[in-house]
Design a protein around this ligand. Sequence first.
Ligand code: NI
Length: 270
Amino acid sequence: MSNMAIAKEGGFSALLVDTHAHIDTDRFDEDRDEMLARAKEAGLAAIINMGDSLESSARSVAMAGKYDMVYTGVGIHPEEARPMTQGDDDLLAAWAQEAKVVAIGEIGLDYYWVKDEEQRQLQREIFIRQLDLARQLHLPVCVHDREAHGDTLAILKKEARDVRGVMHCYSGSLEMARELMKLDWFIGVDGPLTFKNAAKLPEIVQRLPLERILVETDCPYMAPVPVRGKRNEPAYVYHVAAKLAELRQVSFEQVARQTTSNAQELYGKL
Ligand code: NI
């Protein structure tokens, strides 16, 4: 636990940011305040909650108003895809004016859960529409890509000019990660980095610049080892950062300082 002590004693430079959470969900209704206290105790400076629908984005904006350490992205997740209206654009644009709304997200493509071709086409349409919106609003984006690597990268190369972002919960190849680096993008890593069956992810995070990696939980899902299988929460981002330090053979403090600085670089309003 000595690393945990460093996180607490190291001042701002050693503080972590959970750059991708879903703490507006009802999984936290019974202990939200206690969960946030545990996050502070674990050395977190900030949590970025990602909206996955307009309803969840509204909850998330309200939470950012209530809790100092909570910031938010607003957007429509591919699993929640439905035709967007001008009214939806206007709502997202209005939220984007708020001080603690730092991104358009979580947006992207999910071909794992969604097999229907018409629904996938709708995902692509609203993904592109929200990338356009992010460009107009001068906000970065947080992108979800599950088993849709080819289409996601093709859309980013064509449609995301002048938009920066992160490929969250990274599950692509080293080659794809290098393409993202060329676009000056980031990758986000979370619980799966700590899993025994992490496949190629450990090698990928060893070979990319630390300056392009964000740490996140994606809670309440994907709790890292040693709490795998439990409900995940922002405090556990500590385990992801510790694994990253181990893999790169650098100190925990260096990982905390660099990934927090990365989060501030991408999300300028943090
Ligand atoms: Ni997510």
